[in-house]
Design a protein around this ligand. Structure first.
Ligand SMILES: Cc1cc2nc3c(=O)[nH]c(=O)nc-3n(C[C@H](O)[C@H](O)[C@H](O)COP(=O)(O)OP(=O)(O)OC[C@H]3O[C@@H](n4cnc5c(N)ncnc54)[C@H](O)[C@@H]3O)c2cc1C
Length: 407
């Protein structure tokens, strides 16, 4: 594995840095400094993603024929690294990284023409309708029914934990079109317009206490919702194949660059805060050991991710290693959010309400604690999700046990 950058890669890195400096404006930076989860509100997300789209960088992984930038593998790595280190908003993945590759691979020409351009321009937003009450890890047991009636399917049931359903114009979802036989064989993959009569959305409050505009997950109900058969991807009852293809993209992200940026923030906090004896926390031996432990974990993960990235670029399949990276990445993410909580100490305790009252301009009272303290506790609670979603870590351990250890 050759880790040295070629001169043209370094030139590209500088180009990305310059673009970020010119486009990641103070408004976006201020909003991001208070974000608990790497996202802005929808208006902020759209503004950022449209800037990327105008530069041709909204979808670094897309093929050129659909509007991708045609990055080389090393450019793609550098681009992701620089964006993460700069702490820019995370692009909403449901359209760009999840449904788009499925439409490219299995959609018909009409579906491609209709859906891909507005995903790229961030004019149409998507949500993911896989999980149901009673069907999460065991996804194939999903029950939401789609019964054929003329040129439509009629949908009844509900989807749950649907991230940002309240922002979405469309949902890609898995439905049951055949109730007998092997569960995996009776599933179809549908594209659903969220304005269709019969769809209702119930917000689900989470531990991190989202203020309005920060609502993350929902339950979505379908009551006799008519969806044209032409909105089906591929063949009826073959949805499981497309669903699994999509999950490869959902789990394919690199963690290390974002973790480095998060650890850098913890270092800054620990430089500003004092330990029990009045010295800067960053000089405390015990705390320094914890920082070093995180640094080592990130270096190890980075090396593995780079190896996988090189392998993928050479056409190798990743296999169960992606499960290992998901576990290491999500556990380190949670551990760093815990360290931030420890570093901020009592300032993380005011929780988020006062901070948000400030941002909404509802109070003239001084804000409790330094600016960086506001999102620390919400982020700590929010990141509990990372070991649950995209296939829980227990399920990833099962995959590793089977495919790597042969158990
Ligand atoms: C913040 C957040 C956002 C999400 N967003 C979306 C979204 O946009 N769209 C969507 O479709 N879904 C979404 N999900 C759902 C997510 O995919 C599921 O939560 C996940 O698949 C786990 O399913 P479950 O919640 O039903 O838990 P269950 O499957 O009921 O699992 C409960 C516990 O049992 C463990 N477990 C289950 N089976 C096994 C086993 N065989 N061996 C060992 N342990 C096992 C699990 O690891 C877990 O700890 C989101 C979840 C979260 C937390």
């Amino acid at each position: 594995m050759d880790l040295a950058y070629a001169p043209e890669d370094l030139a590209f890195r500088d180009e990305v840095r310059t673009w970020i400096a010119e486009n990641y404006d103070s408004d976006l930076r201020e909003q991001m400094a208070q974000s608990k989860n790497g996202y802005l509100d929808k208006a902020g997300q759209v503004r950022w993603q449209k800037k990327l789209a105008a530069r041709g960088w909204a979808a670094p992984d897309w093929p050129v024929e659909y509007g991708g930038p045609g990055f080389t593998p090393s450019q793609r790595y550098i681009f992701n690294m620089e964006m993460s280190l700069a702490g820019v908003p995370t692009s909403s993945p449901m359209g760009l990284k999840m449904v788009a590759p499925v439409i490219m691979a299995f959609g018909d020409e009409a579906q491609k023409a209709k859906h891909l351009p507005p995903i790229l321009s961030s004019d149409v937003w998507w949500c993911q309708g896989y999980s149901e009450p009673g069907a999460g890890s065991d996804l194939a047991s999903l029950k939401m029914s789609a019964v054929r009636d003329g040129d439509d399917y009629v949908l009844n049931g509900s989807k749950i934990w649907t991230t940002h359903a309240q922002w979405a114009d469309w949902m890609f979802c898995l439905v049951r079109t055949e109730a007998t036989g092997k569960a995996q064989n009776g599933i179809s993959f549908l594209l659903v317009d969220m304005t269709t009569p019969g769809i209702s959305i119930r917000p689900l409050p989470t531990l991190d206490g989202p203020p309005e505009g920060e609502q993350e997950i929902n339950q979505v109900f379908f009551d006799n919702v008519r969806v044209p058969v032409s909105n089906r991807i591929g063949e009826e009852n073959k949805g499981w194949t497309y669903a699994k293809y999509l999950l490869e993209f959902e789990r394919g992200n690199a963690y290390a660059p974002g973790l480095r940026a998060a650890l850098r923030k913890v270092r800054k906090i620990a430089s500003a805060e004092l330990d029990g004896s009045g010295a800067p926390l960053i000089t405390d031996g015990d705390f320094r050991r914890k920082l070093a432990d995180m640094e080592i974990r990130i270096d190890a993960l980075d090396a593995q991710e780079l190896r996988v990235f090189m392998g993928r670029s050479a056409g190798q399949s990743v296999g169960a290693v992606s499960s290992m990276l998901k576990c290491l990445g999500s556990e380190t993410q949670q551990a760093i959010s815990e360290l931030a909580l420890e570093a901020a100490g009592v300032y993380a305790a005011p929780f988020v309400e006062d901070t948000w009252a400030h941002l909404r301009g509802e109070t003239n009272e001084p804000r409790p604690g330094p600016d960086y303290a506001g999102p620390i506790a919400p982020a700590y609670f929010n990141y509990r999700k990372t070991s649950i979603y995209a296939g829980s870590n227990e399920i990833q351990h099962n995959i590793m046990a089977k495919l790597i250890l042969g158990l």
